[in-house]
Structure formats: C-alpha cells, structure tokens
Design a protein around this ligand. Structure first.
Ligand code: 5GP
Length: 236
C-alpha cells in the first residue's frame, strides 16, 4: 500500500490518501503540542510508541466488540486505517478527577469519581474545543441521537476494557479522550488514537504520571514515561 497525497497534517500526525478511496495511511510524528498549540516541543520516540500502542489497544477493543478504524500496521510509525469523516466531538471519559475537571469543579487531582463521567467537547481549535452537552450537539447537528447513543456506549466499553487491561500493568486509567468517525456507509467507529498523548496514566503503586502531563507541566522525564508505558504494554 502506497501513500499518494497528503490529505491533512495535524499536530501529531500526517494523513495520506492511497490508491483505495476507503483507505488512508496515518504517519505519526514526534512533535508535541499542548494548550491548543501554544506550547510546542518534541518527544523523542513518541511516534513509534503512540502508533504501536494505539494499534495494540484498538486490536484489543475490536475483540471486545468495539469497531475501530484500524486496518493494518505498516511499520513502526505508519498504519493503514479506514477512511472516515470525523464526528467533530472530543469524547472524554473520566474515572478520577484531574486536569480541566479538577480546575472547573475545584476537586483535587486524584479524587475518585463516584461514577464515571462522560463529557463532550466541540472540536474547534479557534474556539479552544468548548465543552458541549447533548442539546448543543443536536442543535448544531454534530451527531444524531442514535449516533450519540452508540458513541456513549462505545466510550464506556472502551473505559471498562482499557481500565481492566491497564490494571494488570499496574497503571490506573485516570481519564482519556477518544474520537469517532463515520464510514462511507454511515457506521460510527472508533478513530484517531489511544496513547499517552490522549490518556492520563498513573502508576498504581506510586501515582507517578506516565503521560503527556509531564510535557504539559514541564515535569521532565517525558520520554522515559512514554517508554515505561510502552514497555509494560508490549511485555504483556
Ligand atoms: P482535560 O480536559 O483534563 O485537559 O483532559 C482530559 C483527558 O482528555 C486527558 O487524558 C487528556 O489527555 C485528553 N484530552 C483532552 N483534550 C485533548 C486534546 O485536545 N488533545 C489530546 N491529545 N488529549 C486531550
């Protein structure tokens, strides 16, 4: 399978068309950004880690009944995926208070939530991805009621599957962001990536952060954290 034209270049990846109109190639980059692109940097080795980790987790999710865009890993940094049109929502699932939820609601980071929290943000860089609820989503025609029901169900399944899987690797899944896309026949499937860029992973014993917060918050040890999660995942 060969790359044809560059379709899109995002903060962390490039997406190319192929000979097959239903297939795209995603090429991950080591570039890292935070705070809507205000902070820029590089995380050495992140492209290979995120590509392979995301593919492994998507394979696991497929076995648990979550349809994903994954077709085939082509090499360390590149993967063939099903072409979808992205539903313009960031779907966020939270088990423990952290990040923007802690700020917004005044809950100290690490506070266990009594119930899993599901949030939606409208994917729009100019607006800084504002949080929206179901009423906004229907009013703006971002997704249908059936699509949102499917998305919510899949998001909770993703949480259950990943949480259990990571627990065995001594990692707590604090929260994560996923995105969904529509295939040409209108089916909604899991797209984008699942990696330390998009999840909060805390070591279950020490509470040490093993994710992009180390970059966002200038904590150091960013590469080591990504390597550590990758090592635990691949050794499993
Ligand atoms: P928060 O809203 O607390 O900043 O993020 C919640 C979770 O979603 C975190 O795991 C974070 O990594 C992920 N997340 C939210 N928005 C984004 C985003 O724009 N990009 C990435 N990579 N992750 C995000």
């Amino acid at each position: 399978m060969e790359k044809k034209e560059l379709l899109y270049e995002g903060k962390a990846k490039k997406v190319f068309t192929t000979d097959d109109p239903e297939v795209l190639i995603v090429s991950y980059k080591d570039d890292a950004t935070a705070f809507n692109g205000l902070k820029k940097g590089t995380i050495e080795g992140k492209s290979a880690i995120n590509n392979q980790m995301s593919n492994n987790l998507m394979k696991l999710l497929e076995t648990k009944g979550v349809p994903t865009h994954l077709i085939e890993e082509l090499n360390e940094r590149e993967t063939a995926v099903r072409r979808v049109s992205i539903v313009p929502l960031e779907v966020i699932v939270r088990n423990v208070a952290a990040g923007s939820l802690s700020k917004r609601l005044g809950l100290p980071e690490g506070t266990m939530m009594k119930r899993t929290v599901l949030e939606y943000c409208y994917k729009n860089d100019d607006l800084g991805d504002p949080m929206v609820n179901e009423y906004h989503i229907y009013a703006m025609d971002l997704a249908t009621e059936q699509e949102l029901a499917d998305i919510a169900k899949m998001a909770f399944t993703v949480n259950d599957v990943l949480r259990n899987y990571l627990k065995d690797l001594n990692i707590d899944l604090i929260d994560f962001k996923i995105e969904f896309g529509r295939t040409s026949d209108g089916t909604v499937i899991l797209a984008d990536e699942i990696s330390p860029d998009t999840c909060r992973f805390w070591d279950s014993s020490t509470g040490e952060k093993l994710d992009k917060d180390r970059f966002r918050r200038d904590m150091g040890g960013v590469e080591d954290a990504y390597q550590e999660v990758f090592k635990r995942l691949m050794g499993h």
